[in-house]
Design a protein around this ligand. Structure first.
Ligand code: FAD
Ligand code: MLT
Ligand code: ZN
Length: 555
């Protein structure tokens, strides 16, 4: 009886589906994104006090005041030595850069530098006194050539939304931000190939393509701030990877500038090109350690007219997996997202983000899954999805669910999923892990972590289940050494033991440079170090990141 009622609710919602919204692409692309940049900007620090070595400030977001923990990981800076080979900036250097870039492109303003020195997680803070903002590739080339000759270390920075401390200086590195290089260079409607500069903000590219009847093959919660150059450099995954694959597949070409100023033109727009080593892949995911990406050519899929989104509940993790398997089998060609969150993740969002409510309030569930389908024939897609949901309900794989009926519901379901990182930041200190784990093992780690930490922390799990990517987040009132030592190295050892990856999509950055061996063999790490040395012999590009400095100094 109970099941019937639930089933009825699902169908009732779906049959009430607003045709106007589903028949047009606006259904998806009209998602009302909370402007990410604005939220980010509100994380200012009007007052600050220090607790246990971490600083606490009070930020106002949407009219509410909340405490934000800052942990400028002094331990990282104190365990990492500034490479004494690097020069310090002089007034002659500043004059040289002003000659190349003009006054506008040379930023020394303290407030702007404070933002650029601090990462999104507010865990890392450098002390750079200089940010350079080139407008064309030639300027990037001249800057790097000069920095290389002077042995000035640099950190390439995009939207500074990275989550592993890769985008901010560790010490006094010069920040190079290509945000002013934000032109769309060409778009070919027949092939769907977009060529643009690296500083284009992802959301602007999404809007541009929206008008052309196309979409970006990647989408992530930081879209309002992150740049395509940053996306490529981190090989960002996000919410659509299950459908469109990784950037290694959709980036067709790029232009990058090496440490010595050499411009590598690999900006091809060909689907097929087997003329030797495909070197662009070295720059996809190398986190600014091998060169600065200045232009990108990317294959974009056409926008399809029928998009549906379901928010579903499962009683246990095994059911989430069964649902994934069934969704792949039965929704195959129209499945475009399969995201999961556990009850703790939903609770954090509902507690800390305004204007959201539980889409399935009638009872408490342990797991939630968002399934999005994207196809070209509305009646067919709807019929397929409804049949799938009904079957899943009847077989007990899902216990409740709702289909978004309009653009507001779609937005708020996505906001719940995409808002988790922001909600966690508001909740206090957060230890963030981004793991690739065999899906059947994924939640075992979460449970083991809960058992280890007891009531000391709130263990929150969500992620791209369809890609085997778990975001394990440990939320606590504050960062403490006691808690840290219970989490690490356990989390890395567990992942390594199950042949997982300690970075599914965020990269290694500063946070995990010295943890690389948990996921890569010693031989592989040595080859990576040799490639780094070949392309950047003075190691000026994003030092202390990606590879352990000790290995680089040996090789
Ligand atoms: P930055 O943070 O500025 O830099 C990231 C790294 O790339 C640094 O190492 C930097 O040195 C390097 N870099 C930046 N630009 C260049 C360039 N032009 N040339 C060479 N190197 C460069 N990531 C995901 O993969 N999937 C997600 O779903 C996802 N969701 C997120 C949601 C939120 C709310 C937030 C805050 C972050 C999320 N991220 C996600 C992480 C982050 O947004 C991505 O890694 C993004 O691709 C970083 O882009 P960026 O322009 O902000 O780069
Ligand atoms: C996400 O999927 O929401 C992002 O990768 C950010 C995060 O892991 O918190
Ligand atoms: Zn993610």
């Amino acid at each position: 009886m109970e099941k019937w009622r639930l089933t009825y609710r699902l169908l009732k919602h779906s049959s009430n589906f607003d045709r106007r919204l589903t028949s047009g692409h606006r259904y998806l692309f009209g998602r009302t994104f909370i402007p990410f940049k604005e939220n980010f900007r509100t994380l200012e620090c009007p007052s600050r006090s220090y607790v246990n070595g971490a600083s606490v400030s009070f930020a106002i977001v949407n009219g509410n005041s909340y405490a934000v923990q800052h942990r400028y990981l002094a331990s990282v800076a104190s365990t990492t030595q500034r490479n004494p080979d690097f020069s310090k900036i002089t007034s002659d250097d500043i004059s040289y850069f002003k000659k190349i870039l003009g006054e506008r492109g040379v930023v020394q303003d303290e407030e702007k530098l404070a933002d650029a020195n601090t990462d999104w997680m507010r865990k890392h803070k450098g002390s750079s006194k200089l940010m350079l903002q080139p407008r064309i590739t030639e300027e990037v080339s001249q800057i790097l050539k000069y920095c290389n000759s002077r042995c000035l270390a640099v950190v390439p920075q995009g939207g500074n939304t990275g989550l592993v401390g890769g985008s901010v200086p560790v010490f006094d590195e010069v920040i190079i931000n290509v945000g002013s290089m934000n032109n769309i260079l060409s778009f070919d409607k027949v092939s769907g190939i977009l060529v643009c500069e690296a500083g284009c903000i992802l959301e602007n590219l999404i809007s541009f393509l929206d008008n052309q009847g196309f979409i970006m093959p990647l989408d992530l919660g930081a879209k309002g701030s992150c740049q395509i150059g940053g996306n490529v450099s981190t090989n960002a995954g996000g919410l659509r990877l299950i459908r469109y694959g990784s950037l290694h597949g959709s980036v067709l070409g790029l232009e990058a500038v090496l440490a010595n100023g050499t411009v590598l033109d690999m900006l091809g727009t060909l689907r097929k090109d087997n003329t030797g080593y495909d070197l662009k892949h070295l720059f996809i995911g190398s986190e600014g350690s091998l060169g600065i990406v200045t232009k990108v050519s990317i294959l974009t899929p056409p926008m399809l007219s029928s998009v549906n989104l379901a928010f579903l509940a499962c009683e246990d993790y095994a059911s989430c997996q069964k649902l994934l398997l069934e969704a792949k089998r039965k929704l195959g060609e129209i499945l475009s997202a399969f995201e999961f969150l556990d009850a703790n993740a939903l609770n954090v969002v509902l507690k800390h983000l305004d204007g959201l409510r539980d889409p399935l309030p009638s009872s408490v569930h342990n797991f939630y899954v968002l399934i999005e389908t994207t196809g070209s024939m509305e009646s067919h897609d709807k019929e397929k999805l409804e049949a799938f949901l009904l079957q899943s309900m009847n077989s007990g794989i899902i216990t409740d669910g709702v289909l978004a009926q309009d653009i507001n519901q779609t937005s708020s379901f996505w906001r719940i999923r995409e808002g988790i990182p922001e909600a966690l930041m508001k909740a206090g200190a957060v230890y963030k892990y981004d793991l690739s784990v065999p899906p059947e093992k994924m939640y075992e780690l979460v449970e083991e972590m809960r058992a280890r930490l007891g009531s000391a922390a709130n263990v929150v799990a969500y992620g791209h289940l369809g890609d085997g990517n778990l975001h394990l987040n440990i939320s606590a009132p504050q960062y403490t050494d006691g808690l840290s030592s219970k989490i690490e190295p356990f989390v890395y050892e567990w992942t390594s033991k199950h042949r997982g990856s300690i970075s599914a999509e965020h990269g290694l950055g500063l946070m995990k440079a010295d943890k690389i061996h948990y996921s890569k063999s010693p031989e592989t790490v040595l080859l990576m170090a040799a490639i780094k040395k070949l392309l950047d012999p003075n190691r000026i590009l994003n030092p202390y990141k990606v590879l352990p400095p000790s290995i680089l100094s040996q090789s």
